[in-house]
Design a protein around this ligand. Structure first.
Ligand code: SF4
Ligand code: SF4
Length: 224
């Protein structure tokens, strides 16, 4: 099975997987346009970098300084971490180590696991990326423990909301003409990525922003 370009297989919470991180940094290299930064990731990174004293005051600084935007088919933008050097290493890889480890994106925290939309009444499917066999040589990880440690309540709530909202936003965008689509870009960026106060909890702001965005998309659809 392929998931976002990676070879994966489904795993269950009670499965044990042979895995131990050797801290080789290989998963942080050759990652051009591979490490997506979602809004919750950008929020956490901005808070972390600001507290560390970097020149960051909000999510827009993180997106502007450390990501590139990749437009999807419908023009909807996603953000991926920048890379540098001949190995296309992640912009945050310094001296072979992640320099933002405490605030690394969800994709990095879960790796080599990932999550996808669930089936049969489950919220999520747990998946194991099988493309780097060199770290599957020793050690033992229970999938349930890994998710407990790395996929916490705020992430789960965020991802569930993202599955629902992405479907709804995609549906609305498909109903817009090309000039309306262009006009939709600013509110999408503003309400999805920029309109956050780092001192307040993320999820209530996410919900409020989503309500505003849907209203704006409805207005565009109605020609307002
Ligand atoms: S997860 Fe794997 S590729 Fe990444 S640092 Fe650990 S051993 Fe290396
Ligand atoms: S954010 Fe950290 S863990 Fe994730 S790819 Fe970059 S250096 Fe690696």
């Amino acid at each position: 099975m392929k998931f976002e370009g990676y070879q994966v297989r489904v795993v269950r919470p009670k499965d044990w997987v042979t895995f131990r991180c050797q801290r080789c940094g290989a998963c942080c290299r050759h990652v051009k346009q591979k490490v997506m930064l979602e809004s919750l990731d950008a929020f956490r990174l901005a808070k972390f970098l600001k507290q560390r004293g970097d020149a960051v005051t909000g999510m827009d600084d993180v997106l502007g300084q450390y990501t590139e935007s990749v437009p999807l088919e419908n023009g909807y933008p996603i953000f991926v971490l920048q890379v540098s050097g001949p190995e296309d290493a992640c912009v945050f890889l310094k001296d072979g180590r992640c320099s933002v480890y405490e605030a690394r994106p969800r994709a990095c925290r879960l790796y080599p696991f990932t999550v996808g939309p669930g089936t049969k009444g489950r919220d999520f499917e747990y998946l194991l990326c099988t493309e780097a066999p060199y770290h599957f040589t020793d050690g033992r990880v229970l999938v349930n423990d890994w998710m407990y440690q790395n996929f916490k309540r705020e992430d789960k709530e965020f991802v569930k909301r993202e599955y629902d909202s992405a479907r709804e936003i995609g549906r609305r965008l498909r109903q817009l003409g090309s000039s309306q689509l262009r006009r939709a870009l600013s509110p999408i960026l503003f309400f999805r990525y920029y309109n956050y106060d780092l001192e307040k909890p993320f999820l209530p702001q996410y919900d409020r922003n989503l309500t505003h965005l849907m209203k704006k998309l409805r207005e565009l659809q109605n020609g307002q």
